[in-house]
Every structure is written in C-alpha cells, then in structure tokens.
Design a protein. Sequence first.
Length: 394
Amino acid sequence: MTEDQLPDQERLMRMGESPSNRRELLRKLVWIGVWLVFLSAPVHDLAAGHHTLAGTAAGWTGLAAFVGLYLALVFRNMGRPFSRPLVVGLIVALGVLAVVLCLTLGPAWLGLFCYVSVACGATLPVRAAYWAVPATGAVMMLVGLRTDAEEARNLVLLVLLIGFAMIGVGQLVRTTIELRRARATVAQLAANEERLRLARDLHDLLGHSLSLITLKSELAGRMLPDHPDKAAQQVADIEQVSRQALVDVREAVSGYRRPRLSAELAGAQVALTAAGVSAELPAEPDLTGVPEESESALAWVLREAVTNVVRHSGAQRCVVGLVRRQTLDGPMLELSVEDNGSGGSGSGPGNGLTGLTERLEKAGGMLEAGRVRHGFRLVARVPAATPVNVGSRA
C-alpha cells in the first residue's frame, strides 16, 4: 500500500485507448491473436495436402489476406477506428473471402465465419451489428448446404454467440470511454468552480482594503504640503491596512491549500465506491478543539491511504475509523484505515509512507502501518488539543 509499489494492473493499457508503447502494442496483439485458434482447421487442411499445388497456394494466399483484413479491422478499431464506409467495405471483403474459400476448399473453412461475426460485433454500430451477426450465421448456413450442412449447424450457435458477445464488449468499451470523458469534464468543472470561488473570496478580502488604501493615499497627498503630521498619520493607517490585507490573503490562500478532514472523507467515499471497494467510513467528524495542523495532517494521511487502497492493494473492503483517545501524552485523535488487500508487493516503506510519517511528526503525531491477518492496516495519531506551554503558565 505504498506509493512506489505500482501493481501490474496500473501499468496495463486502459480500455478503449490506443497503445502508447511497444509493450502495450504487444499485449493488444496477443489479445487479438489468441482468437486465431479457429484457424487450426484451415491450416491443417492446407498442410494435409488435400488440394492441388495451385489450390494450396491459392488457399494460403486467401488465408493470409483474410487474416490481414481481420487484424486490421479489429486492431485498428481498439484505438483509432477506420471510417464507417471503410469498415463496411472491409467486412464485406471478409465475408466474400470466407464464402469463396469455403466453396472452393471445403467445409474445414467454415470457421472463418466466426471471424466475420467477431468483426461485425466489434466494429459496427450496435443497431447494425444486431442485423449483421445473424446475417453472417445465415450466410454460413447457406454455404454449408453446398459443403457440409452438419458442420454448419454445429458452428452456427458459436457464430451467433461470439458475435453478440463482441457487441457487448464494444458497448463496454464505449461506456468506459464516455465515463472517462465525463470524469475529466467533472474534474475540469470542479477546478473552474474552485478558481471562481478563490477569485470571489480574494475580491471580498481585497476590495475594501484596496479602496481604503487608495482613499487614504489621496488624502495623504493633499495634506502633505500644509499638514505633514496629518499626512504621516494617513500613511501609518495605509501601512496598517495593507498589513492586515496581507494577513487576510495569506489566511485565505492557506485555507485553500490546507485539506479538510470532512472533505477528504467525502472524497474517500466517492473514490472507494468508484473503484468497486466496499467502504465503511465514519460520519461527519467532531473536530472541536482540534488544531488545524492536526486536522490537515490526518486529511493528508486519509488521502494517501485511500489512494493506495484504490491503486495498489486489490482490496474488496476498506474500513476507516476516527476516534478520540486519552493517552499519557494527552488527548489524541486517531485515524485508522484497514483493507483486506495485499498491501502492495514491496518489502519496505515507500516514499508515500515516509512522507506521511514526516508530516505527522511535525504535527506532534505518529504513524503505524503494516500487514495484519487479513490485509493491511494504517493508524495515524495526532494531538486532539493545542499543547499547553507549561513555562508560560508559571
């Protein structure tokens, strides 16, 4: 559950995206190529020498052309698809090749219609695919009447099932892409809203102060020749107002940069639910008397812990607890995050846990993290009250 322990799933290509490197390209080729197992019958038919030399050469040529068209269609469709007319033309070419090869070389080639069905389900729009897949099965049955009707009947259910399955996969890919775009849009809107809110707050903070500074500067300018003492008082007021404005701006910016525990709890609920992790989180916390530095430190811990649960642990369940405890060092606020995942594959703490430990130590707290019986547990403790300076009370 450490930041630098990325599992293999994080390095895999995301669904519906083009390969960005050679490794992702290889994975795509393996995923698509594994379905070429249905070509075993045509390859065995050609290798067995059942045809003339010219027929065998034509068969290998036709098979190579068929596989090339199929791979071009399906592989390209997983990234940047061809235009709609070109897709239809390639599918028609696949179907024609399948028909010609089956009629000329025999029933062993009927399995080619499985690939035609897959291409229809994977590349055509849903409404068109619903018609194209059954049409592929019907064409195969007609061809089977001329070659081997029983073999065609045995394959027709597979042709239909694999075609409609690819329609479902295509819908899943499109939905995933739409969700990814929606999440990006929501994030952009949230960022825009935050910028607008910061602009409004800064306007409210600085508008009055800057107006007052401008007014007093004008007064000081008019008083300076005849009443230098009054002008000096106006300058002193300007200095006081400007210093207070600077303090207000710093507090405002610090508030925006400082994470809040309630906001992080809400964000954790959304992140865990989106990742398919069953989440148990506390209700709105009572942070009365808790120093801002302690709350901020716990908010950072919660953010990092939930991020690690979602990205690295592979957990199905995550429990977050927040309790106050009385210790020998005074009242402490304890945050615990426990999941039933693997906790990552590293043998030691990563940069994420090291950074959290340092952050908690600055706030007077501590961090404990490690594997438990059924997963991984992280516990962070911070002071729940502002420390009292004993020397100042004496």
